[in-house]
Ligand binder design. Sequence first.
Ligand SMILES: Nc1ncnc2c1ncn2[C@@H]1O[C@H](COP(=O)(O)OP(=O)(O)OP(=O)(O)O)[C@@H](O)[C@H]1O
Ligand code: SF4
Ligand SMILES: [Mg+2]
Length: 388
Amino acid sequence: MEKKKQNYLSLRESRKIIHYNIKQMKYYERLKKRKVNPSFYTTVMKDPNNILEIENLDTNFFTDNGTVKSVNGVSFSIPKGKVVGVVGESGCGKSVTSLSIMQLVQAPQGQIVGGTIRFNTDDLGMNENGEKLAYDIAKMPMKDMYNVRGKDITMIFQEPMTSLNPVFTIGYQLDEVMFIHYPQTTKEEAKKHSLEMLNQVGISMPERVYSSYPHELSGGMRQRVMIAMALAGNPKLIIADEPTTALDVTIQAQILELLKSIQKKTGCAIMLITHDLGVIAETADEVVVMYAGRVIEKGTVREIFHNPLHPYTIGLQKSKPLINTDTKEPLYSIPGQVPNPINMPNTCFFKDRCSRCINKCNGEYPKEVQVSDTHFVSCYLYDEKEGE
Ligand SMILES: Nc1ncnc2c1ncn2[C@@H]1O[C@H](COP(=O)(O)OP(=O)(O)OP(=O)(O)O)[C@@H](O)[C@H]1O
Ligand code: SF4
Ligand SMILES: [Mg+2]
């Protein structure tokens, strides 16, 4: 009887969840559609050198089985002109975090329900106290978000074919970006700009690619086109969600090299999401490690690779294949599974998989501990007040 109660929802429970979901979804959808004064979503940057500051972000999915807290109190910043790598195993909330920044979470089930996403825009200037004004994307109505998305913040996805429209030429789709964000652009100006963008991403015959359809290009070329499209509006932040996972290793290296050179040339910041620690080590300046919807460790690339602290980050490093070793040991994998996202424990989410548990780990979720100016970790082992 007890087992049945744990694994199945009764009709009554199911109805209760559906009613709750409908109420929540209607509430958040209404919030996104209402007309508000821009002051409602204007805030100030904590540090004007950051392009983005995410603080306590909560994004939920209201599913028929209950509420999934896909992003659960996530906080991190992206400094201007830097590459911030976001890493963590499948389902830990990397994509939902990036989609929240773009306000592209699958609605109505997926909704940002709390927190702040401060975007350092040039549109607003300073307030009377000399503080840099910013948009709070978490509060921005959908209509106003159109001015930011695709222009100031752009996104590159894993599979370019899902983002490119198969029935229009590359040129048509590139020009469209200009017409949307700069409506006064003439056809000739748009074409000239699109060809320049194709040139910038290393496409040697831009005219030919301009008049091609997506299916006529290789995977690597399509990803270059996506990068050109992301660059067209002159963005301040590019979010790249697993941009090289669908490509073979040599093309992967070229695309990463291209992203790095674009970042240097244009000065934009990049949020790079990947499973691959090697990609992070090569490309990122700072690293954010996520686990089960939370940030469990963050720091500079040096800190995370030379001094990983959280047992999960250490496990991730250990499970990385190495080529310059002749060990016959099987590749390490972190034992156990992520807890059920609908019913997360009140303790550390990594507790059931952790080999370094101490008594204090039975307490509430560990607070973030600062171990250097730039290095933070959520684990009782490093909390002097709480540790043993
Ligand atoms: N449309 C959706 N409906 C319900 N739950 C969702 C939806 N999209 C994501 N989720 C849930 O949100 C959580 C985080 O998903 P997310 O896609 O952000 O993971 P991820 O870290 O990007 O994983 P991957 O590395 O596999 O891309 C997962 O538990 C997933 O089941
Ligand atoms: S808080 Fe405890 S259980 Fe969680 S990772 Fe640290 S040592 Fe392991
Ligand atoms: Mg993902």
